[in-house]
Ligand binder design. Structure first.
Ligand code: WT7
Length: 650
């Protein structure tokens, strides 16, 4: 498995290098390597230069107020994110430029110019106001990848309401938890969305999530599939098209304080309860604007496509806010890469003449398995830059991407960041950096990253440890919604005044960063972040399960796959049927992306004498390795018997 795709071992022996192509270097937005040194000397001035390229209603008095672990950026400044993403381009000569090119899975498509976008955002913003949404409220958005999704986000931003977008793959229970936590009064959903030729029943999930007590008073429904026309709830539900019909196409943008919340986005951590990561306005806009401009080298005539779903942070920062703040053309696709055939992505690249493509390693590995036949069907000569995000990219996938998608011409920017960081922190500058496949290369200028050992000493070249960020950066999270203690505990208690990323990393002799994956109980499945605790609580929620422990094991395509070890209550017979039932149970409780790949029945789970489950040993079993140190186990026989039972399965 790991060997086939070149895992961590291959990664650390990688020695191919790719300097920027001559022409790319000449034309790049940033080509002067001195920016690193300049930003290091005065990071605040560096970020303030980018911030001043945005439009402010009122200038800031102070760039940074840092009272660890609380940072405020551009203090006293006032701006509006939707104004910066839309209106200023309408005013500055881009009004008839395509802002969003959208393609639906069935093949329908639509182009929104910046002027169109302004009218649609304003009409919907007025619609939200008519439902009673006010500055400071939270609005839950549960939509497929349709244009109404970015329009809703920008409309919320326009009137000063924070959005909370929930990925369309989440189940009713997951939606309910997030709505309860955010206390949203309004929810925006659709009757359904298209995926692999079928319909995802979003309205049905949304309705279920609102059963019983709920803070949600009004639900706006986009009519996408025509699959819920008889399901509208009188007095609660309103069609999007009815709501906006008589609304005027103008709406004054609310002047927001730089530190006002722009949005919250839930992500998984080490406990079962998802965290509502809070992002504010001025710093977040500055970070996404700057990184889009320099890392994706956005130019006036680029057609930029990020294939992520807006339900995740990648879509927030690099489909919506970053590219639109730059006045770019952002492509958005609703469906699956293999519908109607495995060349769908490349058909989209050809049809719209995409110049930049940003996707995840898990997708690249899938394309690699499907073979070159599919990209070869299309003219992809418009592409000039490729990006990767979400998980470590193995060198083989990197080189395949560079060769077969990029035609050997396009630099590949491997971008490391997190929901919490808001924007990319470690990535190449494609006109400057010599690339090494598998390495995210260097921290962005103004970012001071450091790899520390257990006792907090920097590891130095050639060493490995925990990735930390020493200095605050503009788009950093400002907190976990409603849980200030967890914010401090999770990110700021490991090392003094230093942000703890929960990622392991190595520094090579030339100072390049090699990201090695999470060091906590978070599994990265197809670039989706899932906590082992969430899956475990979903499993023990089933009445037949006594105890469960989950781990991530290496997987050729997905990066990691979920393996659950389960002890069943006395009297319950184990069977293949029960495995199917438990997998389905997890999918219903959390969402299909959390469905375990394997479920192993265990008479007992290996625990330390203090009762802590030793996941490391379960990982050894699931990956078919010799067992590591077992001396701290309460009962070594437990893991030996698991190994005898499942150890050779690989
Ligand atoms: C975790 C964050 C950032 C947007 C998508 C995921 C892993 C992300 C890379 C990369 C190695 C990466 C890390 C990180 N990760 N990008 N280029 N190389 N690992 O956001 O869901 O918050 O997950 O994804 O482990 O901690 P997220």
């Amino acid at each position: 498995m790991v060997e086939n795709t070149g895992g961590i071992e291959a990664l650390l022996q990688e020695d191919r290098t790719f300097p920027p192509p001559e022409e790319f270097m000449r034309n790049a937005n940033i080509k002067d390597p001195n920016v690193y040194e300049e930003a290091r000397k005065d990071p605040e001035a560096f970020w303030a230069r980018f911030a001043s390229e945005l439009d402010w209603f009122q200038p800031w008095d102070q760039v940074l107020d840092w009272q660890p672990p609380y940072a405020k950026w551009f203090v006293g400044g006032k701006l509006n994110a939707s104004y910066n993403c839309v209106d200023r381009h309408v005013k500055n000569g881009r009004r008839n430029k395509a802002a969003i090119i959208w393609e639906g899975e069935p093949g329908d498509w639509k182009v929104y110019t910046y002027w169109d976008l302004q009218r649609e955002v304003c009409r919907f913003a007025n619609g939200l106001k008519s439902l009673g949404v006010q500055k400071g409220d939270r609005v839950t958005i549960y939509l497929p990848m349709v244009p109404e999704l970015p329009i809703s986000m920008l409309a919320c931003a326009r009137i000063g309401a924070a959005h909370s977008v929930i990925f369309g793959g989440f189940s009713a229970d997951s939606i309910r938890d997030r709505i309860d936590d955010s206390q949203s009064k309004v929810m925006i959903t659709a009757d359904g969305g298209y995926r692999r030729g079928g319909i995802v029943p979003l309205k049905q999930n949304a309705d279920e999530s609102l059963e019983g007590e709920t803070p949600v008073e009004k639900v706006v429904v986009v009519r996408r599939t025509g699959s819920a026309d008889d399901k509208m709830v009188a007095g609660r539900d309103v069609w999007w098209h009815d709501l906006v019909e008589d609304q005027p196409p103008t709406c004054e943008p609310e002047p927001m304080d730089s530190e006002d919340m722009l949005y919250m986005l839930y992500t998984s951590g080490t406990t079962g309860k998802p965290k509502g990561i809070v992002h504010t306005t001025g710093g977040y806009m500055t970070g996404t604007y700057a990184t889009s401009k320099w890392i994706f080298d956005l130019k006036e005539d680029d057609v930029y496509w990020c294939t992520a779903d807006i339900g995740w942070v990648t879509g927030h920062s690099y489909i919506v806010y970053g590219p639109l703040a730059n006045g770019a053309t952002s492509v958005m696709y609703e469906g699956s890469p293999d519908y109607p055939d495995r060349d769908r992505f490349w058909a989209i690249v050809e049809k719209y003449g995409c110049t930049i493509c940003y996707t995840a390693p898990t997708a690249i590995r899938t394309f690699m398995r499907w073979g070159e036949e599919y990209p070869n069907r299309h003219d992809m000569s418009t592409l000039r830059l490729l990006g990767s995000v979400g998980e470590p990219i193995n060198p083989e996938a990197w080189v395949w991407y560079w060769q077969h998608i990029g035609g050997g011409r396009c630099p590949v920017v491997d971008t490391w960041w997190q929901t919490e960081t808001g924007s990319i922190l470690i990535a190449p500058l494609p006109g400057i950096t010599t690339l090494k496949p598998g390495s995210a290369t260097q921290p962005f200028p103004g970012i001071e990253a450091e790899i520390l050992d257990e006792s907090g000493n920097p590891v130095g070249p050639g060493g490995g440890g925990y990735l930390t960020i020493k200095r605050p950066w503009p788009s950093m999270l400002r907190g976990i919604y409603g849980d200030p203690e967890r914010f401090v505990q999770q990110y700021w208690s490991r090392y003094p005044d230093t942000y703890f990323t929960s990622d392991g990393a190595k520094l090579d002799e030339e100072g390049y960063y090699w990201l090695l994956g999470r060091v906590d109980d978070v599994i990265n499945v197809s670039a989706h972040r899932i906590s082992t605790m969430e899956v475990e609580s979903a499993l023990v929620d089933n009445s037949k399960v006594a105890e469960a422990a989950c781990i991530g094991r290496a997987h050729e395509i997905k990066g990691q796959a979920i393996v659950a070890f389960v002890t069943i209550k006395d009297q319950v017979p184990t069977s293949d049927g029960l495995i199917t039932e438990l997998k389905a149970h997890v999918a219903t409780k959390i969402g299909p992306m959390a469905r375990p790949d394997d479920i192993y029945f265990a008479a007992e789970l290996p625990k330390t004498r203090s009762g802590k489950i030793m996941r490391r040993l379960l990982r050894d079993v699931a990956e078919g390795r010799a067992l590591g140190d077992t001396t701290t186990l309460a009962d070594p026989a437990v893991v030996e018997s698991l190994k005898a039972q499942y150890g050779d399965e690989e």
